[in-house]
Design a protein around this ligand. Structure first.
Ligand SMILES: [Zn+2]
Length: 141
C-alpha cells in the first residue's frame, strides 16, 4: 500500500473546500423548518456532525472505489502463482467519523484453497497478502 501523504498546503486546501460545503449545507436549511434561526446550538451541532459524516463517507467511498477500479480482472496467487479472478465482497466498515460498505476486491485460489487480497495497482504497492483461513463459509476445505 502506498504511503503517500499530502502536503500541509494541500490538506488546508481540502479543509477550506469542505468548509465551503458546510456553508452550502447551512444555506440549504434556509426556508425550511430546521433553519438556523429557530434551532439551538445542539441542533446545529447535530446537523454539522451529519454533514461531516456524509463528507467522510463520500470521500472515503470514492477513493476506495478508485483503488478497486485500478485492479485488473485477475491476480496471481502469492503462494502458488495460479491466476485467479478478482471478485468483490461487500464489508461494512467503521471509519473515523462514519461508516460505509467497502466493496473489497478479493481472490480465491482453488489450488491453495485460500483467499487473498490482490495488490493495489499503485506505485510502491506491496505484495499480495494472504487472508487467514476462512471459517465455515461453505467452501470446500
Ligand atoms: Zn495458490
Amino acid at each position: 500500500m502506498s504511503q503517500r501523504k499530502l502536503s500541509a498546503e494541500k490538506l488546508q486546501e481540502i479543509h477550506d473546500l469542505a468548509a465551503s460545503w458546510g456553508k452550502i449545507v447551512a444555506r440549504r436549511l434556509e426556508g425550511e423548518s430546521g433553519s438556523g434561526l429557530d434551532m439551538d446550538f445542539a441542533a446545529m451541532e447535530e446537523i454539522a456532525a451529519v454533514a461531516a459524516r456524509g463528507l467522510t463517507e463520500g470521500t472515503l467511498g470514492t477513493l476506495l472505489e478508485q483503488q478497486a477500479q485500478s485492479l485488473g480482472t485477475e491476480a496471481c496467487c502469492p503462494h502458488c502463482g495460479y491466476l485467479c479472478t478478482v471478485g468483490y465482497q461487500d464489508r461494512p466498515l467503521a471509519v473515523k467519523g462514519g461508516q460505509l460498505t467497502l466493496h473489497e476486491p478479493v481472490c480465491y485460489c482453488p489450488d491453495c484453497r485460500r483467499d487473498f487480497f490482490p495488490p493495489q495497482a499503485l506505485p510502491g504497492s506491496g505484495q499480495p497478502r494472504l487472508q487467514p483461513h476462512r471459517v465455515a463459509d461453505g467452501r470446500p476445505e
